[in-house]
Write a protein that binds this ligand. Sequence first.
Ligand SMILES: Nc1ncnc2c1ncn2[C@@H]1O[C@H](COP(=O)(O)OP(=O)(O)OP(=O)(O)O)[C@@H](O)[C@H]1O
Ligand SMILES: [Mg+2]
Length: 451
Amino acid sequence: MTDIRVVLLDDEADVRTAIAQSLELKGYDVVTCATPTRALDLIAPDFPGILVSDIKMPRMDGLTFLGQVRDMDAELPVILITGHGDVPLAVQAMQAGAQDFIEKPFETARLTEAVARAVTVRRLALENRALRAELESRDRVESTLVGRAPVMVELRHRLRTIAASPADVLLRGETGTGKELAARAIHFLSDRADKPFVAINMAALPETLIESELFGHEAGAFPGAHRARYGKFEHARGGTVFLDEIDALSLPLQAKLLRVIEERSVTRLGSHESVPLDVRFVASSKADLEARVEAGSFRKDLYYRLAVVALDMPPLAARMEDVPRLFQHLVNQAALRHRRAAPAVEPELLKDLAARDWPGNVRELRNAADRFVLGLDVFSRDVPDHAATLPERMERFEKAAIAAELAAQAGNMKATYEALGISRKTLYEKMQRHGLEREQIAPATADRPDV
Ligand SMILES: Nc1ncnc2c1ncn2[C@@H]1O[C@H](COP(=O)(O)OP(=O)(O)OP(=O)(O)O)[C@@H](O)[C@H]1O
Ligand SMILES: [Mg+2]
């Protein structure tokens, strides 16, 4: 009949049985206790139940008990049963926060009515709490993944749903669209929030190290492995593993990863035993994995395993209406980071920002916000970004170097890859990865010195 339990506390066995029976007849789920300690052991904040207690007990009186319950959860209803004519005590109990009191001897109906009221009060309080918690988490996601464009509203909605499920997730999106931010949001909104979030960038680890980094190794597993070591997966126990840039994994490692994902266990290098692994995997890719599968450089089975729950991070170009709000948000953040007052953002600047291309998406906008706060030219790019990681800075440098050479060679591909000392194939791949387009760069050199 109800999901709210009744904890009944009375030191007399006969009384307990009699009251419990009358409540059970009304369909309540009753737990009886003979001592206050036992009752206190049963309850916790958000306890889905109410308490009915005798006010006079040997070891702890009902009022002290009431105080302890209220310390734990001030909204937990307590109904006290008082002796006949004990009015002053009853008044005291009500003042101390009891939900109700019942004078002995009482009719069953009096008790069941009081219990019904308390149960309703409890259910409402718990529902309100759940609602409030949900609103707070919504605020948190909204203030991290900023944006009011319909694509963003939808994205946050899906993110919350996904976070509440145990599913592994694939985050797809161009560079700087917030994949890592989304991965963290999924972790912190999930019931794994108090466990580790371990981010591993597959592109940043050398192939030779990656296996022992992920899976760990036993002593003597390979030359130099003097001691046994946990891998990153095991470090994430109970939490979330963020497999960043999963497209960078070699085919043999993809196979090993798939096994871990499917079997939920990991085998350290040099060991024959697999240990169970309780983690959620969130993978990210800015490459088109489906195309990689077609081309044979990404395992189909791993792709389909990951893509069951996929989230597409919209590029900034798909939500240009968010640029002003986002810029203001990033300026505020940059001001905090650089310990400076945030300068006022003029409407003119916002208009300029909204009229540009942002191939580097939010990260590029964030760099512009940094420059703005530091009093530098918002649209130039040669600014040290103290917050960027080394791989990020190298990525950016590589992109700028290629763009500059391409511009200097007036868009001539052969001259460009020769000048850079790389193969034609490498140049094409890198341009594609960085979203660089010859047509865009070469003719615009004069009026776009910042590309
Ligand atoms: N919707 C957003 N609201 C506020 N900040 C954002 C948003 N999206 C991204 N950012 C910020 O932009 C920067 C880049 O985001 P993030 O690192 O998550 O991107 P990414 O998709 O992982 O990029 P890459 O593929 O290049 O690694 C971060 O500083 C992040 O905090
Ligand atoms: Mg990233």
